[in-house]
Structure formats: structure tokens, C-alpha cells
Design a protein around this ligand. Structure first.
Ligand SMILES: [Zn+2]
Length: 89
């Protein structure tokens, strides 16, 4: 039986899936016109490391490709001198 409920389809299309809590669509570092990301700036770096201590993916944080690369290096440096955790248990 082919019966399509158009209202149902509309409701489905309208409903947007939300991944994660916040997702700004701009690169924070581009806005601040930063070329380098300080690895000693724990406050900034920790905002890009969710609970597990991993690096937040670009699709979630909204950081651009260029700054994501510098951010990852900064986070790795910070981990190495124990400013950030490698992992949390
Ligand atoms: Zn950027």
C-alpha cells in the first residue's frame, strides 16, 4: 500500500540532528587574527579538548584547516609538558 503522509515527511525534514552542544561556524583564531597558537595558553587549548582529552574535530569546533593544524601541534606540546592530559580515566 503506497500512502505517503506528507505532513510526516515535512516534519522529518524540518527536524535537524544536533551533534554536540555548541558549534560556532567561525574559526576563533581567524577572528582574532592569530597566526600562532601559544601552547602555554591552557585556557584556550582546553576549550578544544573535550572530556576525554582528545582534540576536538574541526566539524565540531568550526576551526579552519590551517588553524586546526597549528592547534594540534600546540595541544601536543602542552601535553608533553603536562599542561594538558593525554587522556582521562
Ligand atoms: Zn582559522
Amino acid at each position: 500500500m503506497k500512502k505517503r503522509n506528507s505532513q510526516d515527511a515535512k516534519a522529518k525534514a524540518k527536524k535537524k540532528k544536533s551533534y554536540g552542544a555548541k558549534r560556532p561556524k567561525f574559526c576563533k583564531f581567524c577572528v582574532e587574527r592569530l597566526n600562532t597558537i601559544d601552547y602555554k595558553d591552557v585556557k584556550t587549548l582546553s576549550s578544544f579538548t573535550p572530556e576525554r582529552g582528545k582534540v576536538m574535530p574541526r566539524r565540531t569546533s568550526g576551526v579552519c584547516a590551517r588553524h586546526q593544524r597549528t592547534l594540534v601541534v600546540a595541544i601536543k606540546r602542552a601535553r608533553n609538558i603536562a599542561l594538558l592530559p593525554f587522556t582521562t580515566d
